[in-house]
Design a protein around this ligand. Structure first.
Ligand SMILES: [Mg+2]
Length: 375
C-alpha cells in the first residue's frame, strides 16, 4: 500500500461576496465602493480546506460575479471533485482548457489548490511554486480618494508609518487638476518617496503628453495605462514622445499581449495581476518572459481584495525573478477583512513567514456575512 499522501477533493464551493471599502476609490471611468469578489473554498475528504479569491473586474478582465460563480460551479468544480489536489498543475491544465478566458475563476481555484497543498505538506505556497527570492516587501499604496487634500493627508499619514511608495490615480478629473495634484504630492512628500501614476485608460494621447511633460520634475517611476487597452499604436507613439516609462495593465490579458506590446516598443514594463492571467503559475511564466524581454514588473491586486488574494500575491511576488516596479495589495482599503490576522505592513514592510499554504486563516463566519446572491 502506498504511503504517499493524497488530498482527494470532496467539494468546491463558489461564494460571491460584496466587501465594503472604507472609502470609495475614484478611478477613471469608475468609482468603487464595494468589492464584488469570488471566494473559492475547496474541501478535501480528510477535512482540509483551501481558499482562493478573485475580484470581479468588468473594465479589466470583463469578469462579472454571477459569471465567475457559474464558471466554478457549473464548469470547473466538476473537473476537480474526486481528484487529488496534490496534482494541482495537471488539474490547472484541465481547468484552463475547460472554458475560454474566465481568468478570475481559474485564478481563485489555483490559489485554493495551492493553499490546500501547502497546508497538507506543511510548507508555504512560495516553496511550492519555485522557492522564495525575497520575503520582505515595501508595498506601494494607492491614492485615489478623488480629493487632492484627502490623498495628501493619506499619503502623509502613511509616510509616517514607513510607506515610501505611492501610486497616484489620475484620469478621473480634468488633466490640469491631475497635474497640480501630482506636483503637490511630490512637493509635500519630499524627494525620497517613490511615485508612479495610473490613468486606468482614462486619458487621450495629448492629455498624457501634457501630463508627463509638466510633471517631469516629479520623476514618476512609471506611468500606467493612459490609453484604451486595444490602442497599441497609440501607446507606442506615446512611448516615443515622453520620457516616463509606460506600464501596461488593462492592455495585458494574456502573455501574448506582453510580447506584442514589447515588440511594438509600447511599454517598458507591466502590471501583472493573477486575476488577469488566470492564476499564480501564469504570472510566474509571464514574469520570466518579462525578464527575457527586459521589461520591468509591477505586481498588483485589484481594488479591492481581502487578505486571501493579498497573501496569494505576496507568495507570487516572493518567487518572481524581478519585481523592480513594486507590489500593491488592497486589503487595507476594505472596511473589514475576512481573515483572523489580516496582512499588514509593519514600519512599511510586509514579511512572509513560514506558515503552511497561503498562511492565512479565513474567518468563515465573518466571510459568510458578506455573501450576496449572484445568480
Ligand atoms: Mg492599473
Amino acid at each position: 500500500m502506498s504511503n504517499s499522501p493524497s488530498l482527494i477533493i470532496k467539494s468546491v464551493e463558489a461564494i460571491p461576496v460584496a466587501l465594503p471599502l472604507k472609502k470609495s476609490m475614484h478611478m477613471a471611468g469608475v468609482v468603487i465602493s464595494n468589492a464584488y469578489n469570488l471566494i473559492v473554498r475547496i474541501e478535501t475528504q480528510n477535512g482540509m480546506i483551501g481558499w482562493g479569491e478573485s475580484a470581479s473586474a468588468p473594465t479589466m478582465t470583463g469578469d462579472l460575479l454571477p459569471g465567475m460563480v457559474a464558471a466554478v460551479r457549473d464548469h470547473l468544480a466538476p473537473l476537480l471533485i474526486g481528484q487529488d489536489a496534490l496534482h494541482h498543475a495537471a488539474l490547472m491544465d484541465k481547468v484552463s482548457k475547460e472554458i475560454y478566458r474566465n481568468t478570475g475563476a481559474k485564478c481563485a481555484i489555483e490559489c485554493a489548490l495551492l493553499d490546500l497543498c501547502g497546508k497538507a505538506l506543511g510548507i508555504p505556497v512560495y516553496d511550492l511554486i519555485g522557492g522564495a527570492r525575497r520575503l520582505c516587501f515595501n508595498p506601494m499604496v494607492l491614492l485615489g480618494s478623488g480629493s487632492s487634500d484627502e490623498d495628501l493627508h493619506d499619503a502623509l499619514s502613511k509616510q509616517k508609518m514607513g510607506i515610501e511608495f505611492f501610486k497616484i490615480k489620475v484620469g478621473a478629473r480634468p488633466i490640469q487638476e491631475d497635474i497640480a495634484h501630482t506636483l503637490r504630492l511630490r512637493k509635500e512628500l519630499g524627494p525620497n518617496t517613490t511615485l508612479c501614476a495610473d490613468a486606468n485608460m482614462g486619458l487621450t494621447s495629448s492629455e498624457t503628453v501634457a501630463y508627463c511633460k509638466t510633471t517631469e520634475s516629479v520623476n514618476l517611476l512609471f506611468f500606467e495605462q493612459p490609453l484604451r487597452s486595444g490602442n497599441l499604436n497609440g501607446m507606442a507613439q506615446l512611448a516615443s514622445s515622453i520620457s516616463v516609462p509606460l506600464c501596461g495593465d488593462e492592455s495585458i490579458t494574456a502573455i501574448e499581449d506582453i510580447i506584442s506590446l514589447s515588440q511594438a516598443k509600447a511599454i517598458q514594463g507591466v502590471n501583472l495581476k493573477i486575476i488577469k492571467l488566470g492564476g499564480i503559475s501564469p504570472v510566474i511564466n509571464a514574469a520570466y518572459i518579462c525578464e527575457s524581454l527586459g521589461l520591468s514588473v509591477n505586481l498588483a491586486c485589484k481594488v479591492a481584495e481581502s487578505s486571501i488574494a493579498a497573501a496569494a500575491l505576496f507568495h507570487t511576488g516572493a518567487v518572481l525573478p524581478n519585481l523592480d516596479w513594486g507590489i500593491s495589495v488592497t486589503n487595507q482599503y476594505l472596511a473589514e477583512d475576512i481573515v483572523l490576522d489580516p496582512i499588514r505592513a509593519i514600519d512599511g514592510v510586509v514579511t512572509l513567514g513560514r506558515k503552511p499554504g497561503l498562511g492565512i486563516e479565513v474567518d468563515e463566519e465573518k466571510m459568510r456575512r458578506f455573501t450576496i446572491d449572484a445568480k
